[in-house]
Design a binder for this molecule. Structure first.
Ligand SMILES: N[C@@H](CCC(=O)N[C@@H](CS)C(=O)NCC(=O)O)C(=O)O
Length: 205
């Protein structure tokens, strides 16, 4: 098979699995388990010297960084995630970088310090700072989603997939989104897509 996705479904790999399920393209899934140290083994380091998942191999092309992978897949395979113009491509890159720099430090801080780290390693100060810090990007999203159904207009695109895959961490840590109703409705619409439901089933196994 030409396209292989490396990484356990219960990780950032889920957003890449979501993208390929949206595209409906054939792929092989190799569930490299980072929690068992498998992403640090020589075989995996030869694909991603960072020792992280996800990684894809598409023919001869090897890519890491989940959001970059999704932008590549949308550009190469188009389909439901296709971007209609160079301008929309620019916007999708902008939103993806925005999510990584403006949202992820806070959403990941919340995830790590409320759920993932052993209790004695969790720092309440990081949780409080992250709860405050995420308000500004949520205000930005609320403003944009007050004007259009999705980030690039009236249709779901890879920009929504990439950004919602990070913002949805807030739902996972039970962050109260009542002050951002448009964001909450958009998140629900994105995560209720059939392709995402398939990925949830993979994560549950
Ligand atoms: N910015 C990277 C982050 C990748 C990353 O940190 N992945 C985690 C799993 S969600 C990982 O591989 N952790 C294992 C390790 O660092 O050893 C991306 O979005 O792909």
């Amino acid at each position: 098979m030409a396209l292989t996705i490396y990484g356990a479904a219960a990780s950032r790999t889920s957003r890449v699995l979501w993208a390929v399920e949206e595209l409906g393209i054939p792929y092989e899934h190799v569930p490299v388990n980072h929690r068992l140290g498998e992403s640090r083994k020589p075989e995996h380091l030869s694909l991603n010297p960072n020792g992280h998942i996800p990684v894809i191999k598409d023919g001869e092309v090897v890519l890491w960084e989940s959001l970059a992978i999704n932008l590549y897949l949308a550009k190469k395979y188009g389909g439901a995630l296709a971007l209609k113009s160079v301008e929309d491509e620019g916007r999708a890159i902008m939103w993806s970088m925005w999510a990584l720099t403006e949202v992820e430090p806070h959403s990941n801080g919340l995830l790590q310090h409320t759920m993932m780290l052993p209790e004695d390693k969790r720092q309440p100060a990081i949780v409080s700072a992250a709860k405050e810090g995420v308000k500004a990007p949520l205000n930005v999203l609320e403003g944009v989603l007050g004007k259009s159904d999705y980030l690039l207009g009236s249709a779901f695109s890879v920009a929504d997939l990439n950004v919602s895959s990070l913002v949805s961490t807030l739902t996972r840590v039970q962050y109260d989104l009542a002050a951002w109703p448009k964001v909450a409705a958009w998140l629900a619409k994105c995560s209720n897509r059939p392709a995402m439901a398939k990925v949830r089933a993979m994560v549950a196994h």
